[in-house]
Design a protein. Structure first.
Length: 223
């Protein structure tokens, strides 16, 4: 009996030692992963401006040159060009002037918007108010003459797609080319001196009020 009891104790002791050893073996596997880093917020800038060149910037006025920065034409075939125009750009202001003499006269300015800032920029608003006129012609009302004067800002040289909030964004350091078209339409006029069949051509100069149009840009952010 004593011999059997001693054997049983020995077997239990051996099992306990084995379990303890197994526990020590599992506990020996351990790894720590480290994560190190820094974050820096760089200085940023916002710089959107008009220019007659797609790459250069100047705070001084840049004159728009006929044949390079704008073209003049009469859309009616066979009629001598009778439109004259001029213009300039400086920073955030574009100034243009056109003198029409014959219905169908038009001028198209090629201009640029440069993005010299840190953010991509997008059009958030376009405000192109109706032209209003001053007139001393007793045969023609200023409202009637102004109804034939039009202008618009476009993204294509054919002046079919107007600049809008859907226009492509301008990347930081990039630029967009726009086309400002102003024209005197060639429909609805009459030359019989009355307004019975249309608007009489003015016999004295009709000058528009200053046109205050705006294009607003906002930053494009990502997250």
């Amino acid at each position: 009996m004593e011999r059997q009891r001693g054997t049983s104790i020995a077997i239990v002791a051996a099992l306990i030692i084995a379990v303890i050893s197994l526990g020590v073996a599992f506990a020996a596997f351990s790894t720590t992963l480290n994560i190190n880093g820094t974050a820096t917020v760089q200085a940023s800038s916002w710089d959107i401006y008009w220019t007659n060149d797609g790459t250069n910037y100047s705070t001084s006025s840049q004159t728009l040159v006929a044949g390079t920065d704008f073209t003049e034409s009469n859309s009616q075939s066979g009629i001598t060009e009778t439109v004259t125009a001029s213009g300039s750009v400086v920073a955030t202001t574009l100034t243009w002037s056109a003198t029409f003499k014959t219905p169908g006269d038009q001028v198209v300015y090629t201009i640029h918007v440069n993005n010299g800032g840190s953010y991509a920029a997008k059009v958030t608003n376009v405000n192109l108010p109706q032209v209003t006129c001053k007139s001393g012609d007793p045969l023609t009302t200023e409202t009637a003459v102004c109804a034939h004067i039009h202008y618009g800002l476009y993204t294509d040289s054919t002046c079919e797609t107007a600049v809008s909030t859907s226009s492509p964004t301008i990347a930081a350091g990039g630029h967009a080319t726009y086309y400002l078209k102003a024209w005197l339409d060639n429909t609805g006029w009459t030359t019989d001196g009355t307004s019975a069949t249309g608007t009489p051509l003015p016999t004295v100069n009709v000058v528009s009020d200053s046109i205050s149009a705006t294009v607003t840009y906002g930053q494009v952010t990502s997250n």
